[in-house]
Design a protein around this ligand. Structure first.
Ligand code: SF4
Length: 407
């Protein structure tokens, strides 16, 4: 480059840096015939601060756009971290499902552990993941919670509180805690406790009980464990409902897991009612308000977007159901994701729209993290589709309320 031209550009560069407006002025000044010069300059020693240059923000729809022809147009290009022109980020419509994320039962369970830590200090034992979310569990671990799967892992004669998770526990667990003189606090969601009570009433009335749910899920283990072994039959599928043979078809009752698919459960309940018209059961089913509302929101969004992300853990029943609902509603790509770093970008081609929801145990901070990850690749246009408003609130267990704990 001729020395004169080099000196002239050096002066311009210094002036522009001081004015801090180069992110859009510089391309404007070297537009048109200057394109070749620009390309020569990019990455050369001529820009010592180039490596530190942050990409210019995408112009907002209301900001004035410089008039530059061709590929240097600010509307068509942005400048990458190494100073190369990059194609402008494509637009992506983000449709946020509402409600999403934490439900009242999860908030209560987390509050229970945090309140126990505040009142009694660390550590606090928690039996099973307090809710099925690694981020939440890791956060509580950092505050002093120790997670165990069974009470046997807790030392004898400890005065440390033991919190039971939101999913509920078999009756044998509080009985064991009592026998060992452990100070236990039950964070079972009140809507799960309601199912336990229904099952107990049916049992008291001598009915044969069916539990519609998924085997091995902790909530199902807890509900089965409310009654003597063998007194509840698990119905997992429509096939199970078709083939179940009762002792007395006129003395039956059913309860359900709270986090099931609304559609699947309606089908199973329909089959049971068809086969056994006198079966007793809840007015609708026991699927909770949070599961219902999150599925309704996904139903509204799933068929209108190219892909849908469910923020949630693989062992979270309600999160898995949200992904299934999206698939059934015809969403081409429905993915369950725990963190932004888990996103398999090869699954998302050229998206123009993306739905996002979160299971009842997934914190909003991860929704934001995932949106940030997409914002690095796309210019986001965010809207919300709402299926219901939620105002539910469950206070922490009595033992931890100020009037009781301090009294
Ligand atoms: S998903 Fe439903 S049952 Fe489970 S904790 Fe939340 S409100 Fe309770």
């Amino acid at each position: 480059m001729p020395a004169g031209l080099r000196a002239r550009w050096r002066g311009r560069w210094a002036a522009l840096q001081q004015k801090k407006v180069w992110s859009w002025v510089l391309p404007l000044r070297i537009g048109g015939d200057g394109k070749g010069i620009w390309r020569d300059l990019v990455g050369s020693e001529f820009f010592p601060a180039w490596q530190d240059w942050k990409p210019a923000p995408s112009p907002s729809p209301t900001s004035p756009s410089p008039t530059i022809d061709g590929p240097l147009s600010a509307a068509a290009c942005s400048i990458g971290a190494r100073g190369r022109f990059m194609p402008a980020k494509p637009d992506l419509k983000i449709v946020l499902c509402s409600p999403r994320g934490f439900c009242a039962g999860v908030v209560r369970a987390i509050d229970t552990v945090e309140r126990a830590l505040t009142l009694y200090g660390a550590p606090v034992y928690v039996r099973h993941e307090i809710v099925h979310n690694k981020y939440v569990v890791d956060s509580l671990k950092k505050k002093g919670a120790i997670f165990v799967e069974e009470l046997a892992e807790i030392p004898d004669r400890t005065t440390v509180p033991v919190v039971f998770s939101a999913h509920g526990v078999p009756k044998s667990v509080p009985a064991e805690a009592l026998a060992r003189n452990l100070f236990s606090v039950d964070a079972t969601c009140p809507l799960v406790t309601k199912v336990h009570r229904e099952a107990a009433i049916h049992f008291k009335r001598g009915r044969e009980i069916l539990l519609i749910g998924h085997s091995h899920h902790p909530e199902v283990v807890g509900t089965l464990g409310q009654l003597p072994p063998g007194s509840v039959t698990l119905i997992e599928t429509a096939e199970d409902a078709k083939t179940f043979m009762p002792g007395d078809p006129n003395n039956l009752a059913f309860v359900t897991q709270t986090t099931l698919s609304i559609g699947d459960t309606a089908e199973i309940v329909g089959l049971l009612r068809q086969r056994f018209p006198n079966i007793n059961g809840p007015h609708k089913e026991d699927i909770c308000y949070a599961t219902t509302n999150r599925q309704l929101a996904v139903k509204k969004v799933a068929s209108a977007v190219d892909a849908l992300i469910v923020v949630g853990a693989p062992n979270s029943s309600n999160s898995q159901r949200l992904r299934e609902v999206a698939e059934r509603e015809g969403c081409p790509i429905a993915v369950l994701t725990q963190r932004a770093s888990d996103i398999d970008w090869t699954r998302f081609g050229n998206l123009t729209s993306l739905g996002i929801t979160a299971g009842a145990s997934a914190p909003e901070v991860i929704v934001e993290e995932i949106m940030d990850a997409f914002a690095e690749r796309y210019t986001l246009h965010v809207e919300t589709v709402s299926a219901a408003e939620e105002h539910e609130f469950f206070p922490v267990p009595r033992a931890l309320r100020p009037e009781t704990a301090m009294g």
